[in-house]
Design a protein around this ligand. Structure first.
Ligand SMILES: *[C@@H]1O[C@H](CO)[C@@H](O)[C@H](O)[C@H]1NC(C)=O
Ligand SMILES: *[C@@H]1O[C@H](CO)[C@@H](O)[C@H](O)[C@H]1NC(C)=O
Length: 487
């Protein structure tokens, strides 16, 4: 409610789409760490993620590879932070990821200049895609904590614009998470004092200028849980675009309240439950996932706006969880069909295996940007093609998904007539289930596997989930023009 009343009065001309939450609901996002996505000359340069140093990826490199992203059906790109970052070589490497800013207002010259970022934004918009930029306003970064160079930061350049030094030692202490510093004496992250009115004003000016200058369509709010909740409505109001925040809470009752202050948050509740549900055959884990997802839908302001992910720069890749292709496809399918806004981390389509930070920030160029069905490139295109087709109907996009454990091994996600079936068996095993609620004798298609099923006279379809692979059942009569399965 807060955002809806603020956005119209504060949104500025100049943004290409200035996209609202409603606009983003039907989008599908591809997350990029700019330093690791593509080198401008297209080469396969050396980059060991474990070294945690700048590897040379840039906005121009990304711009040259937009076909690769759009070829999987994604309609938005989230890029890592654009501001100047710590490039001293610390005990934890360099700030190649963008989350150690030393200036919000100056761009990171490793990634390009103002014209390069504008040109990337233009190229994204020319394809009808949206640009989301990751913004860090919780902290700056320093090299050592004895002489923090506050005066060199921008636009917050005085010590009194920061909270006094105390390191976060207990993330369950919310006051500490908001008031103290992340990092440690190797890489301290001085914590911005967002209780200071002058700071709030400077941050609103900063974000409004950023969004306008680079025609940004949406923001990803880094470390959203480390700033008081009621800071965010004014900040996102000044930006005038959709905001999705990183409020890293795995509990429904902690995560949902953040959606009263910003359009969306990453679905940090779903991710660990979904890993448990599909990494192995445990029937309890399927019903636990169903219960927690239904609870999110009833407790959060609007679960269709939550950004759904299985992998990101802070969490292990699914390739580190399993090497079974049916399970990897299941993780891909729940990302796209959870009922929220799909958010896929670059390299998931290549079944990358990096586990914890920094190993999950691999250079994508080692994959040769392979398309095809060896890994998950074609599969993501199939999933997005189906979703892009269905969300053309805005009532599909805004319908809340309902989760049901159909058996100990098969989960159903129902959304406005689509029924996605996900099994926990892995490759090589079939599961039989009855999927009810169709019209008598209705002809159905599994749009992922291209098989046809006819419901019986009572509207029940008897379906075999083959080889542990996801199924997406929809009435054949409504799929004309889909672009899959010869329809
Ligand atoms: C850190 O890097 C900056 C920018 O390159 C440089 O000016 C500064 O001297 C470095 N600090 C240390 C302690 O090495
Ligand atoms: C469904 O098919 C059965 C068998 O062909 C038929 O007897 C029945 O009338 C059909 N029901 C409807 C509603 O079309």
């Amino acid at each position: 409610m807060l955002l809806k009343t603020l956005v119209p009065t504060l949104s500025l001309a100049g943004a290409a789409f200035a996209a609202s939450a409603d606009d983003w609901r039907s989008r599908s996002i591809y997350q990029v760490i700019v330093d690791r996505f593509a080198l401008e000359d297209g080469s396969n340069g050396a980059c060991n993620p474990n070294d945690a140093v700048f590897c040379g990826g840039s906005w121009n490199g990304l711009k040259n590879k937009l076909d690769y992203i759009q070829g999987m059906g994604f309609s938005a790109i989230w890029i890592s932070p654009v501001g100047r970052a710590l490039d001293n070589t610390t005990a934890y490497g360099q700030g190649y990821h963008g989350y150690w800013p030393t200036s919000y207002t100056d761009l990171n010259s490793h990634f390009g200049n103002e014209d390069d970022l504008k040109s990337l934004s233009q190229a994204v918009h020319d394809r009808g895609m949206y640009l989301m930029v990751d913004v860090v306003v919780n902290h700056f970064a320093s090299w050592g904590d004895s002489n923090v160079p506050f005066s060199s930061f921008s636009p917050l350049n005085a010590e009194n614009m920061f909270h006094s030094k105390c390191y976060i030692t207990d993330w369950s202490n919310q006051e500490m998470a908001e008031q103290c510093w992340m990092g440690d004496s190797n890489v301290p992250l001085p914590d911005v004092n967002t209780e200071n009115d002058q700071v709030v004003g400077l941050l609103k000016d900063y974000v409004s200028n950023l969004v306008t200058k680079y025609s940004i369509d949406g923001l990803r709010l880094d470390a959203a849980k480390s700033i008081r909740k009621d800071f965010w409505p004014d900040f996102c109001g000044a930006a005038g675009v959709y905001c999705t925040g990183e409020a890293w809470f795995n509990g429904v009752e902690q995560l949902c309240p953040y959606q009263d202050y910003m359009d969306s948050v990453h679905n940090y509740v779903m991710q660990p439950y979904a890993v448990n549900a599909f990494k192995s055959a445990s029937s309890d884990a399927i019903s636990s996932l169903a219960n927690v997802m239904n609870s999110l839908a009833s407790s959060c302001k609007d679960a269709t706006l939550l950004t759904s992910f299985m992998e990101n720069h802070d969490n292990a890749r699914m390739g580190a969880v399993t090497s079974d292709m049916a399970r990897l496809k299941t993780f891909a399918a729940i990302t796209v069909f959870s009922g929220g806004v799909p958010t896929v981390y670059y390299g998931q389509e290549q079944a990358f295996k990096g586990a914890s930070d920094p190993n999950n920030r691999e250079p994508l160029w080692t994959s040769g940007y392979a398309t095809g069905s060896d890994k998950l490139y074609d599969y993501f295109n199939t999933l997005n093609t189906l979703r892009n087709f269905l969300v053309k109907d805005s009532s599909f996009a805004s319908a809340q998904a309902q989760y049901t454990a159909l058996s100990g091994s098969v989960l159903q996600i129902e959304k406005s007539g689509l029924r996605v079936l996900l099994a926990n068996t892995g490759s090589g095993q079939d599961s039989s289930v009855t999927v009810g609620g169709w019209s008598a004798n209705e002809s159905l298609v599994d749009a992922l596997g291209c098989t046809h099923v006819t419901a019986d006279g009572s509207g029940n379809a008897h379906v075999t989930v083959k080889g542990g692979l996801p199924v997406a059942l929809y009435p054949e009569s409504k799929l004309s023009g889909l672009g899959l399965c010869s329809m």
